[in-house]
Design a protein around this ligand. Structure first.
Ligand SMILES: Cc1cc2nc3c(=O)[nH]c(=O)nc-3n(C[C@H](O)[C@H](O)[C@H](O)COP(=O)(O)OP(=O)(O)OC[C@H]3O[C@@H](n4cnc5c(N)ncnc54)[C@H](O)[C@@H]3O)c2cc1C
Length: 490
């Protein structure tokens, strides 16, 4: 077979599918090739015995009416009405004995925390304003403009410029946050970014928190696979090709375009290639042309990967109406080191999703889905016996929040870094591509700049990094770039 298209997208995660929709909507002949049997990458669900689990993702931002992801989907002709469930509370946290319910929307979040920490109202306000401002600049600009040229055109005092190369700990200090309980509350979402505030980039945190405060927090009703199916249907409706179970093995330059070899048996000719997966693996193992000049690839090879997760999926008889739909457990009042699982030990730190509390359609009547997630370093081997022990520990830990859960589990399964790697080819099961440290942005910028002509990178290894919204926006921006039009304001 030799298919001739305008663009091939390597990888059918959210970045690849968003890019393909954007290209197909502009009339380009596009083919998406995904190595796994299921499309969506990390944005996926699975079903067991009447229970539907979103494999990893807990909440998405930007899908409410008017949000950037919603607008991209609508521009591609996809009707998101009925798909999206808006969550007024983005996440809850148990900090010792205290429970906090963090509103998704920014001003509600601010008022809530000001009530809880009245003595810190000024620092809360300073942090919120600066995070939103940083997010605005970061999400409207591109890495080329913001990192390459020293943030040209942005006033020097802007939070983005001050924060560009800083950690989150530095900006918490700058905002004047003093109360350690408040500091921990302001760090709770770092559990997803895989590190403590001393390591994680202020811009990464601004992207995560700012996107939620500005565009809310949503889930896909009935499971993420419905979003993926809708995206695939919309791409195909516009004449695009989407193939699951097709590994792109080789891409070589030929006659001003590219020839791609996919397995099983497929040969494609494309004028342009959009790489929506790990760029290092692509350049090292797939790309057959001359290697990029400069040291970006060497630096990328050596750069740490973001953390991964241990996950336990439970189908449970009964409901837990008192429990939040998504929460973190923080037993150590000073502990903001989220780099390793603390399901074991004296001071557990882990996360829990009871998605059926906001979407009962995910389980048989009167039943619940429970997903436990705990951070582990990327590449950590979790043998079956170890996963079993972590599951047992999780059930003990859960008792306080979901009373009686251990005796009502109908079905359970666990996953670790190797599982995440197998399904998505993110090395070591890295949840967010490169480690979310300040240096990551310059690396992503330099790597993009070194890409062979006609090739664009997208996804969470690139652009503004981890998270569904950031990955989708990078796919959109890379597609617009291939089309020769600048990414519209987000
Ligand atoms: C446990 C966990 C929890 C998370 N929670 C959240 C959350 O609550 N909210 C949030 O916004 N984000 C969350 N994230 C992060 C988010 O899921 C990712 O950042 C985002 O989905 C990445 O999308 P992507 O398209 O860039 O990459 P991926 O989803 O990794 O997609 C890349 C695709 O490329 C394919 N591929 C790779 N190589 C090839 C090849 N040679 N040929 C063909 N196909 C190939 C892969 O199979 C994969 O499908 C979480 C991640 C994890 C792991």
């Amino acid at each position: 077979m030799r298919d001739e298209v305008d663009a091939v997208v390597v990888g059918g995660g959210i970045a690849g599918l968003t890019a393909a929709l954007t290209l197909a909507s502009a009339g380009r002949r596009v083919a998406v090739l995904e190595q796994d049997r299921q499309l969506g990458g990390y944005v996926t669900s699975f079903r067991r015995r009447g229970y539907t689990f979103d494999s990893v993702v807990d909440g998405i931002s930007g899908l409410a009416p008017g949000g950037p992801l919603r607008r991209i989907l609508e521009y591609g002709g996809l009707d998101a009405e009925g798909l999206v469930l808006d969550l007024p509370v983005a996440r809850s946290g148990y900090f010792g004995e205290e429970r906090l319910d963090f509103p998704a929307e920014g001003s509600a979040w601010r008022a809530y925390l000001e009530r809880r920490f009245p003595g810190e109202a000024a620092s809360i306000g300073r942090l919120l304003d600066a995070i939103l401002s940083c997010f605005e600049v970061a999400s409207r600009g591109t890495l080329a403009a913001l990192w390459g040229d020293g943030a040209a055109g942005i006033p020097r005092g802007d939070p983005f410029v001050r924060w560009r190369d800083r950690t989150y700990a530095e900006v918490l200090e700058e905002a004047g946050v003093r109360d350690p309980r408040l500091r921990l509350a302001l760090c709770e979402r770092l559990m997803f970014l895989g590190g403590g505030p001393d390591r994680i980039s202020a811009v990464s945190v601004a992207n995560l928190l700012g996107s939620t405060w500005r565009f809310g927090c949503q889930r896909i009703r009935g499971g993420l696979y419905r979003l993926v199916n809708s995206l695939v249907a919309a791409i195909r409706e516009k004449g695009g090709t989407v193939k699951a179970g097709h590994v792109v093995e080789e891409v070589a330059p030929e006659g001003g375009g590219f020839v791609l070899e996919a397995s099983p048996g497929g040969r494609f000719r494309a004028a342009q290639v959009l790489v929506a997966c790990d760029p290092v693996a692509f350049l090292d193992r797939v790309w057959q042309g001359p290697h990029p000049e400069g040291d970006a690839l060497d630096r990328a090879r050596a750069f740490p990967r973001s953390g991964s997760f241990f996950l336990a999926y439970l189908g449970v008889r009964g409901r837990f109406p008192e429990a939040p739909a998504s929460f973190g457990v923080f037993s150590d009042p000073e502990g903001t080191d989220f780099e390793d699982s603390r399901l074991e030990g004296d001071a557990p730190t882990f996360g829990v999703g009871v998605a059926t509390n906001v979407d009962p359609s995910l389980a048989p009547e009167g039943c619940s889905t429970v997903v436990v997630h705990a951070f582990v370093p990327a590449g950590r081997t979790l043998a079956e016996g170890e996963r079993k022990r972590l599951l047992e520990r999780a059930l003990v830990r859960l008792e306080r929040f979901l009373p009686g859960v251990a005796g009502r589990v109908e079905w359970s399964e666990t996953a670790g870094p190797a599982t995440l790697e197998r399904y998505t080819r993110n090395p070591g099961g890295a949840a967010y591509g490169f480690s979310q440290t300040p240096e990551r942005f310059r690396l992503a910028h330099d790597l993009a700049a070194s890409a062979p002509s006609g090739i664009r990178f997208a996804g969470h290894w690139t652009g503004f990094g981890g998270g569904v919204l950031a990955a989708a926006l990078s796919g959109y921006a890379a597609a617009r770039d291939l089309l020769g039009v600048p990414a519209a304001a987000r």
